[in-house]
Structures are given as C-alpha cells and as structure tokens.
Design a protein around this ligand. Sequence first.
Ligand code: NAD
Ligand code: UDX
Length: 464
Amino acid sequence: MKIKNICCIGAGYVGGPTMAVIAQKCPEINVTVVDINENRIAAWNDEDVNNIPIYEPGLSEIVAEARDRNLFFSTDVDEAIDKADMIFISVNTPTKTYGIGKGMAADLKFIELCARQIARVAKSDKIVVEKSTLPVRTAQALKNILENTGNGVNFQILSNPEFLAEGTAVDDLLNPDRVLIGGDIDSTEGKEAVSSLVEIYANWIPKERILTTNVWSSELSKLTANAFLAQRVSSINAMSELCEKTGADVNEVAKAVGMDSRIGSKFLKSSVGFGGSCFQKDILNLVYISKSLGLNEVADYWEQVILMNDHQKRRFAANIVKTLFNTVSGKKIGVLGWAFKKDTNDTRESAAIYVTDYLLNEQAEITVYDPKVKAEQVYADLDYLNSRPEEENRKRVKVVNSPYEAGDKAHAVAVLTEWDEFVELNWDDIYKNMLKPAFLFDGRRLLDRKEKEKIGFEFYAIGN
Ligand code: NAD
Ligand code: UDX
C-alpha cells in the first residue's frame, strides 16, 4: 500500500524532527503533526521559523522548506487521524510518578489515550506505528484496545523506534546507522504494512540499512541500545574516579581502550553524568520489566548503571564543596551550561540540575548561563525537585545572558555542558573578575588544564 497521508501524534523532540525529515524527503506524502499542547503547535507554526520550539542544528531550514507544502502542524487530532493511512505515535512515555511501578515503570497513559482516540475516530484501515520508546509487548496492549473498541476497521501495528540523539537529530535522521521496523511478519497484512513503511524510508536510506524484525525484537532493541550506550558512559565514569585517585588520565585511558576495534571509541567520554530524557527512563523501565519477570540479577545489573550515574553527579558537586574549604555557604558559583548536552535546548535530567540542587542545599548562590536555555526553564527544573520553596530558587539562582556575568565575583565556575563556545571564552577576563583563589571545575573535559593553570585558576577536571 502506498502511503499518502501520515499523521504523527506528539510534536516533541522526536515527532517534530522525524516528521520534518519524512516530509522533506517524501514531497508526495502529506504529513500532519498534531499535539494537544497548543503553545507548542503555535510555535511550530510561527511565521519566523527560528521560533520553532525545538533547537536542533539544521532543523529550521528543513521546516522552512516543507512547512505548508506537505508538512502541517495542528491541534486537530481527530481530523488528522481520520485522514491518515499511517499514524505514528510519538508521545512522551515518562517514568511513572505514582502507583505501582512508581519511579521505575514507563507511564503508558498517553499511549493508551492515543490508542483509544484512534479507535474512536478511525473509519478506514490504518497502520499504527509505535515511534515512542515502549516496554516490550506494548504492541499487544495497543492491539487489544484498537481491536476491541474500534469501529471494526483493520489495524496493523508496527514498532519503529527512533535512534536519533538530540543535538544531532537532523544528521541522525538523514543518515542513520539503521532504521528498525518490527511488524507481524508472519501474516500477509503484516508484511504489507512493514513494506509500506520500508518504502517511505527507502526514499533516502539505502535498503540494506533498513532492518525488519518481529515486533517484540524491535521494541526490546530500543531499550537495549539505550542501556548499552548509557552503560558505556557509566563504565568510563567509574574509571574516572579511579583515575583521579591514581594519576591516570581518563581521556588517555578511553583513547587506549577505544582503539581496540572490539571496544570502539564512541561513547567513552567521561562527564559529570549522563542526562537527557531517555537513558535513565529507559533503563529504569528495563529494570522494572526484568523485576516483573522475576529476573532479579538482570534487573540489578542494569540498575547499577543508574546508581553509578547518580554517584558521578553527586561526587562532582561534593568535590566543589570540599575544594572550596568545605563550605560554599553564601559563595557565588557560576554554572556554565544547563542543557543535558551541547546543541540542544533540552534540559530533561540534565546533570546541571542535580549539581545545582546539591550546591543550593549547601547554601551556595548560583548564577547560570546557557546559550539556549531560558530562565523559566531553569527555575521549572529546580522547582520540579521540590527541594525548597520556589521563591528561594528564584532568590538564590540567577540566570544571566553572558558567561562573563556568571563568573563575575564568583568563587568558582563549573562547566556542566560542553558547548563549543565555552572553549573560546576569554578566560583571562573571567579569571580577573573572579574572587581569588579562583576555582574552575570542568565536568566535561572541555578545557585545557595547562592553559587554565597558567592563567592562575585552581583547576579540577573529571578523571584527571
Ligand atoms: P516530548 O515530551 O518532547 O513530546 C511528546 C509530545 O506528545 C508532547 O508535546 C505532548 O504534548 C504530546 N502528547 C502527549 N499526549 C498526547 C495526546 N494524547 N495527544 C496529542 N499529543 C500528545 O517527548 P519526546 O522527547 O519527543 O519523546 C517522545 C517519545 O520518543 C518517548 O517515548 C521517548 O522515549 C522517545 N524517544 C525520545 C528521544 C529523544 O531524544 N527525545 C529519542 C528517541 C526516542
Ligand atoms: C540518547 C541515545 O543516544 C539515542 O540513540 C536515543 O534515541 C535517545 O537517547 P540523547 O539522550 O539525545 O540520545 O543524547 P546522547 O548523545 O546519547 O547523550 C546522552 C547523555 O550522555 C548526555 O548527557 C551526554 O552528555 C552523555 N554522554 C554521552 C557522555 O557523558 N559521554 C559520552 O561519551 C556520550
């Protein structure tokens, strides 16, 4: 079946960029991205394409090219479902904050709402594609809802997890290592559904990179990939602590180890801890699934990746306190970078939030600079932790528009996101305006130790 109309439910970090690229590469397909968040849709439709709600290098150009040609953003979810031959579900699947599985299981309420809405609205056969990251066997639940509450129409369910990383989303979508499509490959209808999605991607991706599997393998592969990636970061971060105690340098260790072709060099960059909306949530989900199946050793194994990450964030913050003569009370500390990695405005689970919270508990005064994150987001992130009254967060944390302001009269500066611009700063000027001794903490191994020590900084870097 040749797909003519696509609907994507969820206009977030995944739905927006993936659909923009499909629309750009398949001008003959109409793509409508819908969301219940009116502000988000209004921002996607903003006349000035630089105001789209998600910052990703190269994304605004693609949106400018395809928007209102064959790419549309709307809040009319019913209409888009009705028209579509293929519906991508790209809604959020956060960790549950209540009830059974609280703090671990994925909250599937948004997914279920989508399924019920599709079942209610659909009058013609649809292919429903799981784009969100889901626990293995979610497709079974979707099938039950769709088949038992629908209008007698036929639904095929595919799993097509997204592997893009934020900050490089456009490149990852244009040139992915692989695209994974899981479907009911034992039935003719299932095979047809799989091939209609393969045909869409084949417009720009070589067929040998489009992998088809059964639904369960596809669902589980996504959780597995994120668990493996996060595990590499926790592994190198574990070594960073050992390096600091022994005189080894974690960058040198990572290089030496990564040149072994069996290990590979990627994802071995030691840091203040991984963040982002996916790693922690997906591993917790994996731990929960394993526990539910009675696989306690499997659950414990993966949980350690999270425990190590929490430890890394905490020990970075604790080291700041210890180094500043065991107290940061009333001391100004400049935080450079709030996003969870460079080239994104996303702050979900960013290490900066937890390091700042720790320092605020020690009564520090914090000044934050991030090139892409707005002040209201910084406050929302801190308020969400519920560690202190909201007024206190506003009183003790200032968000400024320049990195130099963040360093002005500060006892210490901490680099928490690896934004390129931080390398190029006039560090002499920052040093001059700081209190002495001027402490500089590099949570990203971004800065050159010798240069900074020559300026006069007391310099501390992860794993060195
Ligand atoms: P997001 O929060 O940025 O976007 C989700 C959007 O869905 C929100 O705008 C929300 O308003 C909307 N939504 C929720 N329920 C809805 C409903 N019933 N009807 C219409 N809209 C609804 O989330 P995201 O980062 O895009 O992630 C989406 C999914 O993709 C998650 O499962 C995530 O694990 C997965 N994923 C994310 C990334 C990433 O880098 N962010 C990468 C791969 C996979
Ligand atoms: C991740 C997965 O990489 C992606 O495939 C999936 O689709 C979504 O989750 P994302 O969270 O956007 O993507 O970014 P990623 O590049 O994986 O970085 C995650 C975190 O790990 C960031 O905080 C990053 O700074 C940190 N990281 C990554 C390290 O500390 N060291 C590394 O070597 C790599």
